[in-house]
Design a protein around this ligand. Sequence first.
Ligand code: ZN
Length: 445
Amino acid sequence: MAAQVVIRARRAVVDGAEQSVAVSVADGRIVAVDPYDTVVPGADVIELSDDEVLLPGLVDAHVHVNEPGRTEWEGFASATRAAAAGGVTTIIDMPLNSIPPTVSVAALEEKRAVARDQAYVDVGFWGGAVPGNLPDLRPLHEAGVFGFKCFLLHSGVDEFPHLSAGELREALAETATFDALVIVHAEDEQTIESSPQPHGQGYAGFLGSRPKEAEERAIAEVIDATRETGGRAHILHLSDADAIPLIATAQAEGLRVSVETCPHYLTLDAEEIPDGATQFKCCPPIREHDNQDRLWAGLEDGVIRTIVSDHSPCTEELKRFDSGDFGEAWGGIAGLQLGLPAIWTEARERGHSLVDVVRWMGEGPADQVGLTDRGRIAVGSPADLVVFAPDESFTVDVAALRHKNPVSAYAGRTLTGAVRQTWLHGIPVDIDADPRGRLLTRGQS
Ligand SMILES: [Zn+2]
């Protein structure tokens, strides 16, 4: 097909390397990736500046949109505007904290109906596995969810109850019959119940209430269940680096166990969290600096393949800034818009390239959810692209962020790497115009 637009970039991340390219786009897809100087007759030419790098649109497989039901926490319009502003062109929405949670086909249809006309980027949906909805899993799979989330301890909201060890096995055995992915919030209930309860303004008290052993025990449980059932499991938001060897061993054994981590675990230190600063509260918690170093090593070794935001916002009120009490505040970090610059700032310090960042935040999450033509600049892929200025620094102004409530763990931090433009299906996203995002179904693109 004849190209309608050609984007010429001296620097672009293509095929696992930085290259000088001319990317041809027609009808929303990439139709050619040629050397920079290639002349493409009849096409409009867009030339990136010398300080810009062309990246593929990123894929964030862990976003809590919360609409309908808790739309005051976050909604599809605000979340997807934040995504676009942050260079993320595909999000997969978590099955909780919306009401209803996405635990039946009827609930999925309700969420799709609400999302349809509000999505500034493409949106897919995870289903949920909760006690009693085993018969709903296959119909949800056939309706196009990307897999099933479950918890092994209280989820934080009563309408999304957690699975027992036996129910986890049932869910893995059932989903193995149609080869679906089960994604697990892996913290062990008993370990946390027998730990000191969090209270007061000190971060150390909160950290002590969610010990590393809770992650290790739960992850060991997931690995055992995967071995027994032949299921496919993914560990969400790994914070505890001591669990990496467990996962590496399971992967070496051939078990289908993958793992993600998040920008806040990779860039923020427990030691630096001020008293009462509940914008840093999330579960599992942000841990100490030496732990963070070892999470990076897990990425470098390839045990951890994906970095996703776990964007989980709430209202300012629920963060309890009045008391600053870590026991009372809602846990969750709203990082959708800042994941790329936060990770790039730290990755670069540690000697990593944009190629690594794209692998962790683009290709990796895309492959995890089976959207294997996303997160990369390649012929046939959607023309979802990001114009990124890797040397431009900025200081995070919470009021300027696009998610709904002005709360951010990155407030006031200076980050390097600015998203100057995000393209969705061959056209720059205009977050003040009508939305053009599509709703995604597993297996399609
Ligand atoms: Zn989450």
